[in-house]
Design a protein around this ligand. Structure first.
Ligand SMILES: [Zn+2]
Ligand SMILES: [Zn+2]
Length: 205
């Protein structure tokens, strides 16, 4: 359950809207979606561990949306220059592991293959060499994470969806994740005093 924070100004009593710490993943199906959302369209938040249930309502699977470049990770940030909340968006694979079972299977196959080749050519060095080569390939494969793969597959989506960590209100580059320690106090959008603190509140409902 994500923690929810609310900014409170001790000087003028200003209260910010509730904002969840960290981030969430949003489903994006087309280019014009952001524009429609600004007009008030409800958007599906794909929250772990309910991701699959949420997507099922749209007739989608986690697999197709994640690998299809339809998930956007949104991180809530507080601006230390103006005290408003801004969002950092990034195309993601939704934290999908590349399939560890699959990796382990490939690794085992590589090992068996390496031993078999070494045995066949009666040269253990060839087998060991092949085994090392497969290990290097695997390590590279794991490092080449699902996120990067998806971002590489859909450069135009990355361009359409990604935002910088710049504050969308004042253009400042001094934003910190909501709930991060030592982030406050922030300037108050109402009175201008640096007296807004983000305090955790109970999640409504
Ligand atoms: Zn204030
Ligand atoms: Zn700002």
């Amino acid at each position: 359950m994500p923690l929810v924070f609310r900014g409170n100004c001790s000087h003028c009593g200003y209260e910010s809207p509730d904002v969840s710490a960290g981030g969430f993943v949003v489903l994006v199906t087309d280019r014009e979606e952001d524009a429609r959302r600004r007009l008030g369209e409800k958007f599906p938040i794909v929250t772990h561990p309910f991701a699959e249930y949420v997507l099922e309502e749209f007739g989608l699977s986690f697999h197709t949306t994640a690998w299809g470049g339809q998930l956007v990770e949104v991180q809530n940030l507080v601006c230390r220059d103006c005290g408003r909340v801004t969002q950092h968006r990034r195309l993601t694979a939704g934290g999908v592991a590349i399939g560890c079972g699959g990796c382990a299977g490939i690794g085992a196959m590589g090992l068996v293959l390496g031993i078999a080749v070494g045995f066949l050519v009666a040269n253990p060095f060839v087998g060991a060499g092949l085994g090392i080569a497969i290990c290097v390939l695997l390590a590279t494969g794991i490092e080449f994470s699902a996120n990067r793969l998806v971002r590489w597959r859909f450069p135009e989506r990355v361009a359409a969806v990604d935002t910088t960590r710049m504050c969308s209100h004042c253009g400042g580059w001094n934003c910190v994740p909501v709930g991060s320690r030592g982030g406050g106090p922030f300037p108050c959008p109402e009175c201008g005093e640096t007296s807004v603190r983000m305090v955790p509140i109970a999640r409504p409902g």
